[in-house]
Design a protein. Structure first.
Length: 201
């Protein structure tokens, strides 16, 4: 069972990467919509198989519950995004969902509490990403701030390198008073500002 599931996940991941690269470098494909749908089917398969395997190995109902909640959030986000932004980038949206899925699978294996916390943060990030394109559309001066956003990202990473705390060998957080920050989450939002045109084209 485990060997088959690993093979299924690996095959889906390979298909996903190959199709993504084809779509990135060939925007004029007639079957582009079909490729996007097939890619999302790969993501759903990885999501479902990953959590079912963890349930089979541990018999913990948490994984089944987490599977349905995280999948519902992802599907809900896609539906809302498609409804609000008719011309959104399917390629970018699939990439977001792919990293959403793989990230949750990895974290859920390590800690239930951390997985739930990450799911909350991801849900908030989804909500913010729905608002950001509208903000930029109505405040056009933000188009001219790309260099500022890039500078903020680089400065934050530099601060993390200098003042950051090591967690399991990785420097990912730093403290300001009693609060602990993971600046990469803020950088992700800044990158959305930098790449907003891919979201609303």
């Amino acid at each position: 069972m485990i060997a088959i599931s690993k093979l299924v996940i690996a095959v889906c991941a390979v298909f996903y990467m190959v199709i993504t690269y084809v779509l990135m470098f060939n925007n004029k494909l007639k079957e582009k919509q079909l490729f996007h749908e097939f890619n999302y089917l790969n993501i759903i398969t990885i999501h479902v198989v990953g959590f079912i395997v963890m349930y089979k190995n541990t018999r913990q109902n948490f994984f089944i519950l987490f599977l349905f909640i995280s999948l519902a959030i992802q599907l809900g986000y896609r539906i809302i995004m498609s409804f609000i932004y008719k011309k959104h980038s399917r390629l970018l949206l699939n990439n977001m969902c792919f990293f959403y899925t793989t990230g949750l699978i990895v974290i859920a294996r390590l800690s239930h509490a951390k997985a739930m916390r990450q799911l909350i943060f991801l849900t908030l990030a989804f909500l913010i990403s729905l608002i950001i394109p509208a903000i930029i559309r109505y405040f056009k001066f933000l188009h001219k701030l790309n260099l500022l956003f890039a500078f903020l990202s680089i400065s934050t990473l530099a601060l993390l390198y200098i003042k950051g705390n090591s967690v399991n060998g990785a420097i990912i957080t730093f403290k300001i008073g009693p609060y602990v920050f993971q600046p990469t989450e803020f950088i992700k939002i800044i990158i959305i500002f930098l790449k907003f045109q891919n979201l609303i084209i």
